[in-house]
Structures are given as structure tokens and as C-alpha cells.
Write a protein that binds this ligand. Structure first.
Ligand SMILES: Cc1cc2nc3c(=O)[nH]c(=O)nc-3n(C[C@H](O)[C@H](O)[C@H](O)COP(=O)(O)OP(=O)(O)OC[C@H]3O[C@@H](n4cnc5c(N)ncnc54)[C@H](O)[C@@H]3O)c2cc1C
Length: 471
């Protein structure tokens, strides 16, 4: 049985349907379009962007983001996609990471200009007075161990909980709360101690220890929706819901829309979340394609975002990580610092909390944080995304499917989405990587034996001291 149906016509005469216009679908469509394939991108909502997009606030008509989305300098593929879409200049870059304690005292991490990684952040880490000197020494020891183990070391720790590793490295509770939690809970949408060591280590290796530009914080200067105004391919159909995937024997042959219209295709890329994918694949086809077997094991974790309007400016800096909750991060959404966005990741306990009660708790936290300003909260809007991302728990890699069908699997059916096997956690960068990998798979299948283009952009190169220090 061949891996996919072999084709002999040129790719330009092929039609690929991409289902789902989140970042994975946008990336797959953009890459296939660049390769000359005829692509149709189908999205059920009124706009592209999926989870990383915006909605119209009915009460004010304002365009609000589902939730603040943050990228880092090390997100090489997301940045590549922004370049393709011509929106790179809409990302504002912030070279200082700001932290606030419960009383609003500020602490900062920043890099020394010109110093290569890993020394670039060393000076500000050594002076980071939010941690005791003993904790700073312990953190330096852990960072050194993380750098030494390299990529192969982190792969070996995929099945280990980061909490166990932190214990072995004698990292104190206060150090975990003030250093690891602000970074990891938001990056991985899971509790620090529960995540797979592989992904926790990756965050530090890629963002802080390899390249001096890796840690720099990127925040869109516009509502997320506006990042997708330039379409990734000519045929983008919004408000178009796919109801069914059509199969011809053991191959995907097209889709059926909610309107009843059928669209034929030479290949179908499913770029929705995995919950939708599971509904679409009939039992007898799941039985021949192992990609679907583990999806039920991926655990979804909620994220809470709250839009906050104050009667006067409260936050001068673009963002702040908060040492004490319930809100974990704040972002400034206007030039004055009057409009903020607060985020709680791994927000399991918040998804059933009545909004009025949640706002009361946030207000208590914010009153203490901004007590000197005397500001009043005049309006708020909470958005809880219950299935925000899957949890990168130890062992979860086994449940993540590759993009292309295995031998004997469902031919011409490709998967993209942050949950697929990208080696990245569920992030915008992971979603874009998945889209590029799916596009590479489609083109490999269309030109068997021929040279298929590569879309995946390499990670940032480790600088020479980081290279020398890694094993
Ligand atoms: C609240 C929140 C905060 C986050 N914060 C960050 C962050 O700060 N940084 C970061 O990097 N990542 C963040 N993420 C994660 C990031 O948003 C996701 O990893 C990424 O956007 C996933 O993209 P995707 O394309 O894989 O999936 P999705 O964005 O879910 O895209 C799937 C698309 O498929 C469409 N679809 C579904 N069913 C159908 C159908 N039947 N027919 C047609 N279309 C369909 C959906 O409408 C959707 O547009 C956050 C996520 C959430 C929810």
C-alpha cells in the first residue's frame, strides 16, 4: 500500500483544501500558495486567526482580542509567516521583561547590549533582587544544567515532570513562584511542576540561553485580527463551515460544506483543533491510521483573559509579570496605560467561577498593585477559553500525530494544528510550524521522488559561548 496516492501532474493543476483558518491553516495555505498549488482556505468564522484573533465587543463596537498573545524573538516560523503576510512591522519589541510584586514594586530582566548568549541576561539576573542571593545561585546552577544538556538531553526528559527535576536541582518554592512560574505557566499553559521537562527546558534553552534575541518580547501593536488582513492565498472563504470530510476508499477526496455543497480536492489539510478532527474521521478509517488513536488523551486546559478599563492611567510599562495572583500577567492596551488586559493561564479553577466574583478578586489584587494611583476600575470583560491549548504533560508527545499519513493510512489527508507533532508546545509558533510541515507533506506526496520545497525555518543559531558550553 503506498503512503499516499501517487500523482504525476504538475502541482499547479492540483487543488488542496485547507480546513480551518487559524495560524496553522494560514501557514499551510501561504506555503502551498507560494509553491504554486491552487489552494482553497475554508474558515467557519467571520475572520481568520482562530484562537489568536479578535471579536467585536457588542456593547461598544470595539475590536477586542480573544486574549493577549505574546511571541518571543525565538519564534522564527511565526516571524517568517508575518513576513509573508507583510505585517512584521505591526509587532512591537520589548527588550526589558518587567515584573511587579503584590505591592507594585518593580523588578526587571534585561540584556547587556553586545554580550552574546548566555551572558547577555547574566548581569540583570545577578541583580534580580526579587530573589534572594541563595535563590539566584540556585537558578544559575539550574540554567547551567539546562544549557549543558542541549537538545538531546531535553528529549530524554520528555517523560519526566519538571517538578521532579526542580526538586533534584533543589530549587526553592519561592524561586519557583518568582522565576519559573511567570515564564512557564504562560508559555506552556500548565502548572510548572506538572509540565514535561522537555518543554520546560526548551523554553529556557530557546528563549534565554541560545541567542541574545531569543527572549525579546513581541506584542502586536494592533488587534490580532488585523494581522491577517492580507490573505495567505487568493481563494479564502470565510463564514464557510465544513460539515464532513469526503473519502473515496482510503483516501480523502474533498469536503462537504454546511450548505450541502461538495468541494473535490487532490489533498485535504485539516487545520482545526483536534476535537473537530476526531468527529470527522469514521471508525473504519481511524482503524487504519494511528494518527487518530491518541488524540483523546490530550488534555485541554483553559485560559482566562480579562479586559480592564480604569478611570486613569495605571501601568506605564507595556507589560508586567505578577509574582502574586490571581492575575499572572498584565498588558497595556492603550498609549496611556488606562486600558489593560490581564491573563491567567492553566485557569482550571476559573472556568466555572461567576464573572462578578472573579472581577471582585481581580479588583482586590489590582487595588493593592496600583494603590498609589487611586485608580478605579470602571469596566471589565472576561473571556474564558475552555479549550485554550492541550497540556504538555510528561508523555504527551506519544499522542501528538504527525502531519502526513503513515504507510497504509488515509491517503491525501494531512493534519496541521498546534496539537500535532511539532516538537513545540501549543503556541502560535507551534501552529505555524505545523502548517509548514503539512504543506511540505502535501508537496512530497504530489511529487514523489522529486525535490519538495522546505518551508520550516530553522531555530535561532546558538551563539558561540552557548555552543561551547553545551555538551
Ligand atoms: C486564550 C489564549 C491565549 C493564548 N496565548 C498565547 C500566547 O500568548 N502566545 C502564543 O504563542 N500562543 C498563545 N495561545 C495559543 C495559540 O493561540 C494557539 O496555539 C494557536 O493560535 C493555535 O492555532 P491553530 O491554527 O492550531 O488552531 P485554531 O486557532 O483553533 O484554528 C482552527 C480554526 O479552524 C476553524 N474551524 C473549526 N471547525 C471548522 C469547520 N467545521 N469548518 C471550517 N473551519 C473550522 C476555527 O474557527 C479556527 O479558526 C493562546 C491561546 C488561547 C486560547
Amino acid at each position: 500500500m503506498p503512503i499516499t496516492v501517487l500523482h504525476s501532474e504538475p502541482v499547479a493543476s492540483r487543488r488542496v483544501i485547507v480546513v480551518g483558518g487559524g495560524l496553522a491553516g494560514i501557514a499551510a495555505a501561504a506555503a502551498l500558495d507560494d509553491a504554486g498549488v491552487s489552494v482553497t482556505l475554508l474558515e467557519s468564522r467571520r475572520e481568520l486567526g482562530g484562537r489568536a484573533s479578535s471579536f467585536l465587543d457588542a456593547s461598544t463596537g470595539e475590536l477586542l482580542d480573544n486574549c493577549q498573545h505574546v511571541l518571543l524573538g525565538c519564534c522564527t516560523n511565526l516571524l517568517d509567516l508575518y513576513r509573508r503576510l507583510g505585517v512584521s512591522e505591526k509587532i512591537g519589541w520589548h527588550r526589558t521583561v518587567h515584573y511587579l510584586d503584590a505591592d507594585g514594586r518593580e523588578y526587571n530582566l534585561w540584556a547587556v547590549n553586545g554580550l552574546p548568549s548566555p551572558f547577555h541576561l547574566g548581569f540583570s539576573m545577578a541583580l534580580f533582587s526579587a530573589l534572594s542571593p541563595v535563590d539566584r545561585m540556585a537558578m544559575a546552577r539550574a540554567m547551567f544544567a539546562i544549557m549543558r544538556m542541549g537538545r538531546s538531553g531535553r528529549e530524554k526528559l520528555e517523560g519526566v515532570a519538571f517538578g521532579q527535576w526542580l526538586k533534584e536541582l533543589r530549587q526553592s518554592d519561592r524561586l519557583i513562584q518568582r522565576f519559573y512560574d511567570p515564564v512557564l505557566i504562560s508559555a506552556l499553559n500548565e502548572e510548572t511542576r506538572r509540565v514535561s521537562c522537555k518543554y520546560a527546558v526548551q523554553v529556557f534553552q530557546d528563549a534565554m540561553l541560545a541567542n541574545r534575541r531569543g527572549y525579546v518580547v513581541g506584542l502586536p501593536d494592533c488587534p490580532l485580527e488585523q494581522l491577517y488582513a492580507n490573505r495567505p492565498c487568493a481563494d479564502v472563504r470565510l463564514n464557510t463551515r465544513v460539515d464532513e470530510i469526503l473519502f473515496s476508499g482510503h483516501r480523502a477526496s474533498g469536503v462537504k460544506l454546511a450548505t450541502g455543497e461538495a468541494l473535490a480536492a487532490d489533498a485535504v489539510v485539516l487545520a482545526t483543533n483536534h476535537h473537530a478532527v476526531m468527529r470527522w474521521i469514521p471508525e473504519h478509517l481511524r482503524a487504519i491510521d494511528y494518527r487518530f488513536a491518541g488524540l483523546v488523551n490530550l488534555e485541554s486546559v483553559p485560559i482566562l483573559g480579562v479586559h480592564l478599563w480604569f478611570d486613569r492611567p495605571v501601568l506605564k510599562k507595556s507589560h508586567a509579570a505578577l509574582f502574586e495572583g490571581p492575575l499572572q500577567w498584565l498588558f497595556r492596551k492603550d498609549a496611556q496605560g488606562r486600558v489593560l488586559h490581564g491573563v491567567i493561564s492553566a485557569a482550571r479553577s476559573w472556568s466555572a467561577t461567576p464573572h462578578a466574583q472573579a472581577v471582585e478578586e481581580f479588583q482586590t489584587q489590582l487595588n493593592r498593585l496600583f494603590s498609589r494611583s487611586g485608580a478605579k476600575l470602571v469596566r471589565s470583560r472576561i473571556v474564558v477559553e475552555k479549550r485554550a491549548t492541550f497540556s504538555p504533560l510528561p508523555g504527551s508527545d506519544a499522542w501528538r500525530p504527525p502531519a502526513a499519513p503513515p504507510d497504509g493510512g488515509i491517503a491525501d489527508l494531512f493534519l496541521a494544528g498546534d496539537y500535532t507533532r511539532t516538537d513545540w508546545p501549543a503556541t502560535m509558533e507551534g501552529a505555524v510550524r505545523s502548517g509548514y510541515l503539512a504543506a511540505e507533506g502535501v508537496l512530497r506526496a504530489m511529487a514523489p521522488g522529486g525535490a519538495a520545497p522546505k518551508f520550516l525555518v530553522p531555530d535561532m543559531p546558538p551563539e558561540w559561548p552557548a555552543r561551547l558550553l553545551a555538551r
